[in-house]
Design a protein around this ligand. Structure first.
Ligand code: BES
Ligand code: MN
Ligand code: MN
Length: 456
């Protein structure tokens, strides 16, 4: 394959400006107010895929947001790479904490700041541009299919239906995903595991209406107080989750693998400094790296009720709510965990409140192989462009469709992401390094090259 670097070099500004146009579209899938914009981001993606040289580009309608599909089949006897990504983004809230508006991208200190810059617009767009460079220089070495969805951040509900209905069309030898991080710009890594997820919403009801907290306070259970007590009881003194049956069936990771994980570069002092915390907190007996990758967890993502507006209002609220997520590891079935949580949460409810629990969405954990041709191709590609062998690394985040692809398409994934944990994805001031954006575009063609060569 010819060296595409000069072509990348010549197009850097153009590619960045295109990404900026995409980042200007507020494609927040969680909020129906942005429905037209989510669709617009899908249309933009389809258009760019077409311009890059893909055939059969289609905006495939679903019960929700459309899935962008496109392909380039150069020879049916050659292997096929299925590229997956998502054009939807997380809500930008709390907006007041952004130093520049989330949908008015700004380039500062070599990074582009915008919601979705790293997760996942900046990352899936690297694939569109890498593909374009290979097409323009006549060096695409195998077939490629693109499937870019618009509902990843809300649980990919309609993707499974689409995949089930399009198994032939999606037939491929590997799914290639850039929606994860590397350890550092000088420590490349490939994600080999993701956690699963069970996401719940709970409602605690006390009296049948908001009450005057002076007239009734002290005599009627306050659902916010009760909810806090219930939540506090969900961890024991060793920070283990107390939901009955939560750890059942989990297979312990071998000491050998734990030692390897802990030998990867990680500085606890930098970590604390970066987060402005004096101490870390987690399950006894595990390191920070382990706590955020191979161990399951439970966290409150939001809690509300009563009066939260300006000033003070004396009120004993009728209702209290919380959104609670559990990150899961292999062999924890997310549906079963959701059931266990519901049973447990109801069982700890005291008689003075009523409790309801809703299972919002979830997905299974994933472990991807490191002995496959595709993993080798990714490792060789990264070694070529970073000048260093990438380390295999389990991540704490979730991409539930990875196990769905294995189940429905019988195809394994390679998680070759280029972000950094410090990119502030899902947080205010999300950003993506231009170094990472261009490094991705540079690396992806090598993946194709090595994957095609090793598949022979
Ligand atoms: N790209 C992330 C997942 C991720 C980020 C994995 C960094 C590893 C490292 C993805 O968009 C995401 O946010 N997933 C959600 C789950 C989804 C079901 C809403 C998550 O992990 O919270
Ligand atoms: Mn993502
Ligand atoms: Mn995300």
């Amino acid at each position: 394959m010819q060296n595409l670097y000069p072509h990348l070099e010549a197009n850097k500004e153009l590619f960045l400006n295109e990404l900026i146009d995409l980042l200007k579209i507020p494609s927040v899938s969680a909020n129906p107010q942005f429905a037209a914009d989510v669709r617009k981001a899908g249309e933009f993606t389809a258009q760019k895929l077409k311009e890059a040289g893909a055939d059969m580009v289609e905006l495939c309608e679903t019960a929700g947001y459309p899935i962008v599909y496109g392909e380039k089949i150069i020879d049916v006897n050659l292997p096929t790479v299925l590229v997956y990504g998502h054009y939807d983004v997380q809500p930008a809230d709390p907006i007041e904490l952004w130093t520049s508006p989330p949908f008015e991208p700004v380039v500062k200190d070599g990074k582009v700041y915008a919601r979705g810059s790293a997760d996942d617009k900046g990352q899936f767009y690297m694939h569109v541009k890498a593909f374009q460079l290979m097409m323009q220089n006549n060096c695409l070495p195998c077939n490629v299919k693109f499937m870019i969805e618009g509902e990843e951040e809300v649980g990919s509900e309609n993707l499974e239906t689409f995949v089930k209905a399009n198994k032939d069309r999606l037939k491929s030898d590997v799914v290639l995903i850039s929606d994860t991080a590397i350890i550092a710009n000088d420590v490349p890594s490939i994600t080999t595991g993701l956690r699963g997820l069970a996401y719940m919403q709970v409602e605690v009801t006390g009296p049948n209406r908001d009450l005057h907290s002076g007239i009734y306070g002290g005599a009627v259970a306050n659902p916010i107080n009760i909810l806090c007590e219930m939540i506090a009881s969900l961890h024991d003194e060793n920070r283990k989750v107390t939901v009955k049956g939560f750890y059942d069936g989990i297979i312990d990771v071998s000491q050998e693998e734990r030692d390897m994980m802990n030998s990867a570069p990680f500085d606890i002092n930098d970590y604390k400094k970066h987060l402005d915390i004096d101490e870390v907190l987690g399950e006894t007996g595990y390191t920070t790296v382990e706590r955020t990758s191979i161990r399951p967890t439970l966290d409150v993502n939001g809690i509300w009720g009563g009066y939260t507006g300006e000033g003070a209002k004396t009120v004993l609220p009728s209702k209290a709510y919380a959104k609670i997520s559990m990150r899961l590891v292999p062999n924890q079935d997310n549906k079963k965990i959701a059931k266990l949580f519901e049973e447990h949460f109801k069982s700890i409810a005291p008689p003075y409140v009523k409790v309801s629990v809703e299972d919002m969405h979830g997905g299974e954990a994933a472990v991807t192989p490191t002995d496959s041709i595709a993993y080798k191709a990714a490792a060789m590609a990264m070694e070529t462009t970073f000048g260093k062998k990438p380390l295999p690394m389990r991540s704490g985040g979730s991409i539930p469709i990875v196990t769905m692809f294995e189940r429905e398409l019988n195809t394994k994934s390679v998680l070759m992401g280029f972000g950094l944990d410090s990119d502030a994805i899902h947080s205010p001031n999300e950003h993506y390094g231009l170094y990472n954006f261009y490094k991705g575009i540079e690396t992806i063609p090598y993946f194709f090259k090595y994957f095609a060569e090793l598949s022979k």
